[in-house]
Design a protein around this ligand. Structure first.
Ligand code: ADP
Ligand code: MG
Ligand code: ZN
Length: 474
């Protein structure tokens, strides 16, 4: 059987960081007491009239510009009709055939469209503790109802779960950089649905897709997509058809359950929202959005490459926005280490924080910059530098002080090092013999011995050179 190729497209809902909701003046907010941020408009009471939020449109334009989309001169809101207890109006106000932005690209992924809509309320399933009339009950909190969302829809450009999760990181970083959203997956301000199908590798037709709903962490997205790829492969290899449906991935059990067979657009009875005028995008609105655009991750990547930072470091520092911002601040501290050395130390720091924002750690950008400079100048070895970093991560403080307190200054120069090297050779006569005979493989034993004696404060290159000269190897 021909090899199967996964095809993945994402639909990302981004809660916009506006002061007020999409179509009313209620404040937006997370964690407020239930049903305190509501009014007749977002409760869907009869006769209430919506008004589109200018700030949400502004953010939508910024997103479109960052993604290189075509911005509509005129854009229309539609009613998308369906029933669900979290939908007070009986319809969602969304966009249909005239979205705010069309097309575009971010990294290797093509964008299909970006449109604006209002969010549903939140259903809290009270379970058996909230039983009413003998049945498990759910309660509705309308605070979130009516919050502005931008929905970003990609083309099916992605080919693996890994790639999808990595790209979503780039998108999140881009949105965070734009300042249009909190992009917090746990709090639901960034939510992602993944559409997945398989096809014979090399084919350019699309197979039947399923949709994985609302995954709320990068890890779950990757695991969910992989699980669905495995499920579809199993079906196809057994000669069965994939049914078009919407699925839920349970990260605890790893299982996929069907939520519903997929509805079609006509099921929603879309029609233009009669209470809202079409949005007309003026030059002044475009100009304001353009002015508000910051440096975006892919632009930062370009800039860092221009500073001579390696491709790998530039990507890390641009795609992980917080780490990149930390690097920029450390670079601005101008302690003397070249950009690549600083990039390496920033990566070293990030690696110890397990995903935590380096800016929220105890290590300041200035402290990291001065540590990098001390290593660069040879005052401290790489190995001792790492010990200093351990201390900084645990307690914060000034690296020069840590070096003094823990006596980590580099041991260098023939005066100090040569006797230690000599002792190491004497302690390992068989190794010394081999080295003298030209077999340099066991030199690590000697270097290791010296490092142990000096607690990592000697420079490996210098030790090697001393070993050679002690043995008369030139
Ligand atoms: P729907 O009408 O079901 O929402 P759309 O055509 O609007 O479908 O596409 C929704 C998302 O699904 C987009 O991100 C798109 O790239 C993706 N998609 C569409 N067809 C496929 C497919 N066959 N396989 C994988 N993803 C797909
Ligand atoms: Mg869809
Ligand atoms: Zn309201």
């Amino acid at each position: 059987m021909a090899e199967l190729e996964p095809v993945i497209g994402l639909e990302i809902h981004v809660q916009l960081r506006t002061q007020t909701k999409m179509f009313c003046g209620c404040p937006t907010g997370f964690g407020e007491p239930p049903n305190t941020l509501t009014c007749p408009v977002c409760l869907g009471l009869p006769g209430a009239l919506p008004v589109a939020n200018a700030e949400a449109i502004h953010y939508g334009l910024m997103i479109g510009m960052a993604l290189g989309s075509e911005l509509a001169p005129r854009s229309v809101f539609h009613r998308k009709n369906y029933f669900y207890p979290d939908l007070a109006k009986g319809y969602q106000i969304s966009q249909y055939d005239q979205p705010l932005c069309r097309g575009g690209q971010l990294g290797e992924v093509e964008i299909h469209r970006v449109h604006l809509e209002d969010d549903a309320a939140k259903l809290n399933h009270a379970g058996s503790s909230g039983r009413i009339h003998g049945a498990d009950a759910s309660v509705v909190d309308f605070n979130r109802g009516g919050t502005p969302l931008a929905e970003i829809v990609t083309e099916p450009s992605l080919r693996s779960a890994r790639q999808a999760a990595e790209w979503l990181r780039l998108l999140r970083t881009t949105l965070r950089q734009l300042g249009v959203s909190d992009v917090n997956m746990e709090e639901g301000s960034l939510r992602c649905d993944a559409n997945i199908s398989l096809r014979p590798a090399g084919s350019d037709e699309l197979g039947t897709k399923t949709e994985l709903k609302n995954m709320n962490s990068f890890r779950f997205i990757e695991r969910g997509i992989d699980a669905e790829i495995a499920r579809q492969s199993g079906l196809i290899e057994a000669g069965e058809a994939v049914a078009q449906e919407t699925l839920h991935f349970d990260p605890r059990s790893g299982s996929l359950t069907s939520l519903r067979s997929k509805e079609e657009a006509h099921d929603y009875r879309y029609f233009p929202e009669p209470d809202l005028a079409p949005v007309v995008i003026t030059n002044a609105m475009l100009e304001r959005a353009r002015q508000a655009l910051p440096e975006l991750p892919l632009e930062r990547e370009e800039r860092l490459l221009g500073l001579g930072v390696s491709a790998e470091s530039a990507r890390l520092l641009s795609w992980h926005g917080e780490t990149g911002a930390f690097f920029d601040e450390a670079l601005a501290a101008d302690a003397g280490a070249p950009p690549q050395a600083l990039a390496n130390w920033t990566a070293e720091l990030a690696g110890r924080l397990d995903g935590e924002d380096p800016g929220a750690s105890k290590v300041t950008p200035a402290a990291l910059a001065s540590l990098a400079a001390m290593v660069e100048e040879g005052k401290v070895t790489q190995g001792a530098g790492r010990q200093v970093l351990d201390r900084l991560v645990a307690e914060g403080g000034d690296p020069a002080q840590v070096v003094a307190d823990e006596d980590l200054e580099a041991v260098g120069g023939a005066d100090e090092l040569a006797p230690i090297v000599r002792a190491a050779l004497e302690a390992n006569p068989d190794v010394a013999e081999k080295l003298k005979g030209g077999d340099m493989k066991p030199i690590g034993v000697i270097v290791g011995h010296v490092m142990k004696e000096t607690r990592g404060r000697a420079d490996g290159g210098e030790v090697t050179a001393l070993v050679r000269s002690e043995l008369g190897l030139g």
